[in-house]
Write a protein that binds this ligand. Structure first.
Ligand SMILES: Cc1cc2nc3c(=O)[nH]c(=O)nc-3n(C[C@H](O)[C@H](O)[C@H](O)COP(=O)(O)OP(=O)(O)OC[C@H]3O[C@@H](n4cnc5c(N)ncnc54)[C@H](O)[C@@H]3O)c2cc1C
Length: 413
């Protein structure tokens, strides 16, 4: 059993950002992970995955993108290399192979048991990730076993799926990316579409995330926690092509509404596609008007491209209400329906009824127990590579106060 002032659980971007700030303040700590730094990016993603955020939006405490392609989009392998280099840059004290077994209160703080040993720590920072495992709706359990089921976490490539048509469920970044890739590989695809936030990749000649970042939309701190925005329907491709619903329809992808029920091989869809797409288009159009107003206010009108014509809307008239997957030749249902978190090892009463860690700006109700990397922890960018530094700084501030250590927090890269 070793004793450390701080145990950080997880060596992804969130845990490493915390570790970098603790290192800068001279605080001894350990970072415990089941794998290597950036294990999530090594282990799970599909082969063609690229970040939807441009490379320059990867600022961590004491680290930023230094390659030649700052407006490009890293592959998963490049993200893993980027974070591994970050960990090396300050000799992050990562202990690998440390699958968490239990975290429980103990004299002087917490006891952390892992497959690689045990630690007692005065404070613990949970950084095990927002996207731990795929969230699949309960109705999946009623699907005919002749139809294969995959998730955005288990999917690898079109060739690795069984033959036949594919029903992709979920039209946020992952769902549209996978539907596009499958259709390009000659698969017949139906995309079940729920709420999403549609964004063009570029607007008036500049990347949409440059606009959101410059205008502070991503990084503005929330006054109150809670609330939710539908996930972004935006992907990062070297050709910067939009992959939205109209683009998918041009490729031959059929659209349907939300999946509402599954009975054997029969899947029923809500008749909500016209409303869902109209709501996404209305949100996008309001945002583009805000960009225009901002550009005008800061005197950018003459520097940027003129107003483009409005983007086309998706056609919603032919949406299927029900499909018999087996009869219609479907081989796979691919769930791109988000992620969930599980903390079976956390024996501290900080979970709410939904099993999420209760916290205010990263401080849980249990003294000395903190969390970082939660969705909308303090801002829209909290779960993004470029946003976690703000929350890491807040959490490290709280940890230093608990330890009575000197504050020396740097936020900027
Ligand atoms: C498909 C996808 C695409 C994304 N694209 C972007 C993007 O374009 N831009 C962007 O900024 N963000 C993107 N994100 C969001 C975010 O950047 C990632 O989710 C990122 O991995 C979150 O970092 P994290 O450090 O919070 O969690 P993780 O990277 O998941 O790190 C958590 C670490 O904890 C470890 N761990 C977890 N549980 C245990 C356990 N029980 N025992 C021991 N170790 C454990 C894991 O091995 C892992 O190393 C994307 C996310 C996904 C899923």
């Amino acid at each position: 059993m070793s004793t450390v002032p701080v145990a950080v659980l997880g060596a992804g971007q969130a845990g490493l950002a915390v570790s970098r700030l603790l290192t800068g303040s001279g605080v001894e700590h350990v970072v415990l992970d089941r794998g290597r730094p950036a294990e999530t990016w090594r282990a799970r993603p599909w082969e063609s995955l690229r970040l939807l955020t441009p490379n320059w939006m990867s600022r961590l405490p004491g680290w930023s993108y230094r390659g030649l392609d700052e407006h490009g989009f890293m592959t998963a392998r490049e993200v893993a290399a980027y974070l591994a280099a970050y960990a090396r840059s300050f000799a992050a004290p990562v202990v690998g192979g440390a699958e968490l077994e239990s975290v429980r209160p103990a004299a002087g703080g917490y006891r952390v048991d892992t497959a690689a040993g045990s630690w007692t720590a005065r404070t613990v920072v949970v950084a095990t990730g927002w996207c731990q495992s795929p969230a699949v709706p309960d109705v999946a359990g009623a699907l005919d076993p002749r139809i294969a089921q995959e998730t955005a976490a288990s999917y690898r490539s079109p060739a690795a799926l069984p033959g036949g048509r594919v029903l992709v469920v979920g039209a946020s970044a992952s769902g549209v990316q996978l539907a596009d890739e499958l259709a390009a590989a000659g698969r017949d695809v139906v995309l079940a579409t729920g709420a999403h936030t549609r964004l063009p990749r570029t607007y008036r000649g500049l990347d949409i995330l440059w606009w959101l970042s410059t205008m502070g939309v991503f990084d503005r701190e929330f006054r109150a926690t809670g609330g939710a925005d539908p996930s972004l329907q935006l992907i990062g491709r070297p050709d910067r092509r939009d992959v939205d619903l109209p683009a998918l329809q041009r490729r031959g992808v059929s659209l349907a509404g939300r999946v509402v029920s599954v009975e054997g091989s029969k899947v029923r869809f809500a008749h909500d596609l016209p409303e869902t797409t109209a709501a996404a288009d209305a949100r996008m159009s309001a945002l583009l008007h805000r960009i225009d107003a901002y550009a005008h206010a800061v005197g950018l009108d003459d520097e940027i491209e003129p107003l483009p014509p409005p983007l086309p809307a998706a056609r919603t008239d032919a949406a299927a209400g029900e499909l018999d997957l087996a009869a219609a030749g479907f081989g796979t249902v691919l769930w791109a329906t988000g992620y969930r978190r599980d903390y079976p090892w956390l024996h501290v009463p900080v979970l709410d009824a939904a099993g999420e860690i209760r916290h205010v700006r990263g401080d849980t109700p249990a003294p000395g127990l903190h969390v970082v990397g939660m969705r909308r922890q303090t801002r829209r960018s909290s779960t993004f590579l470029d946003g976690v530094r703000h929350d890491a700084a807040l959490v490290v501030d709280a940890v230093l106060a608990e330890l009575g250590a000197t504050r020396s927090v740097e936020v900027a890269a």
